[in-house]
Design a protein around this ligand. Structure first.
Ligand SMILES: NC(=O)c1ccc[n+]([C@@H]2O[C@H](COP(=O)([O-])OP(=O)(O)OC[C@H]3O[C@@H](n4cnc5c(N)ncnc54)[C@H](O)[C@@H]3O)[C@@H](O)[C@H]2O)c1
Length: 264
């Protein structure tokens, strides 16, 4: 069966749609790639993890394209590969991001650490949107989902200054693009997850339970999210069920951003 015939044969809530997922080799991106594929999308993963990429692509019956999201050429090649192989770019889940320990209080974060986080978390989203939009505008349809964070709408005394600023940038860029391209059939939303139970978070908090408790007390639901719960929101925003949702701050945060006093 040809690639384009394979696209047409799929069934589900995003059947036959072509989805590009950055950071699809781990965490939220991986769960979303799996969920989108299970609902009939053709998934093209852009990531730098060449060890896991091909295996993940096989799992989701899609493709892996080595892509450093800070490179304009590599990002353009990622979206061109999806369009050429499968005939369209319907969904762009611009999700790759980092949260390194060198990014801390503004008093301790040097310019190099600041810039690295801005490049991977914010410039990357600019590059991915810039690459995806021409395909979507021409098709007169498309859903762009950019991963921001709850820290884009709340302040933390446990600062990661460049990370928070980058996510604020992702949020306002997504809002602006959602407004600008609304009448051309392209929706753009900022997904704002609360803290998610990823290996990174588990390791950090296993070694320091007090650190986990300090954060958990603010979550009305009383736990962190599972990546699959974030993937459900990605699927919804990607699908035509979200046809009237654009330029939104789409919080999936267990109620954190609404809470003053949480249940005991
Ligand atoms: N985990 C959380 O608690 C949480 C909360 C809110 C928002 N987020 C955001 O969600 C997104 C995904 O986070 P996660 O927890 O799944 O992270 P993760 O570390 O599990 O996965 C990130 C993926 O991005 C890839 N990546 C890193 N740098 C890249 C680059 N330059 N080019 C291409 N790919 C690159 C990694 O290889 C990895 O596969 C990030 O934008 C993160 O900021 C995470």
């Amino acid at each position: 069966m040809s690639d384009q015939a394979a696209t047409a044969a799929r069934v589900g809530r995003v059947a036959g749609k072509v989805a590009v997922v950055t950071g699809g080799c781990s965490g939220i991106g991986l769960a979303s790639a799996r969920r989108l594929a299970a609902e009939g999308a053709i998934v093209v993963i852009g990531d730098v993890d060449d060890a896991r990429g091909p295996e993940v692509a096989t799992q989701v019956q899609g493709r892996y394209v080595h892509t450093d999201v800070t490179s304009a050429d590599q990002v353009a090649a990622l979206f061109a590969t999806a369009a050429r192989a499968y005939g369209s770019v319907d969904i762009a889940f611009n999700n790759a991001g980092i949260s390194p320990p060198e990014d801390d209080s503004i008093l301790d974060t040097d310019l190099e650490a600041w810039r690295r986080v801005q490049e991977v978390n914010l410039t990357s989203v600019y590059l991915c949107c810039k690459a995806a939009l021409p395909y979507m505008i021409e098709q007169r349809r498309g859903s762009i989902i950019n991963t921001a964070s709850f820290v884009a709408v709340m302040g933390a005394a446990t600062s990661q200054i460049s990370y928070s600023a980058s996510k604020g940038g992702v949020l306002s860029m997504s809002r602006e693009l959602g407004v600008q391209f609304a009448r051309q059939g392209v929706r753009v939303n900022a997904l704002c997850p609360g803290p998610v139970n990823t290996p990174l978070l588990q390791e950090l908090f296993a070694s320091d339970p007090e650190r986990a408790a300090r954060r958990l007390v603010h979550v009305p639901v009383g736990r962190f999210a599972e990546p699959e719960e974030i993937a459900n929101a990605v699927l919804f925003l990607a699908s035509d069920e979200a046809s009237f949702i654009t330029a939104s701050t789409f919080l999936v945060d267990g109620g954190i951003s609404a809470a003053y006093v949480t249940p005991l």
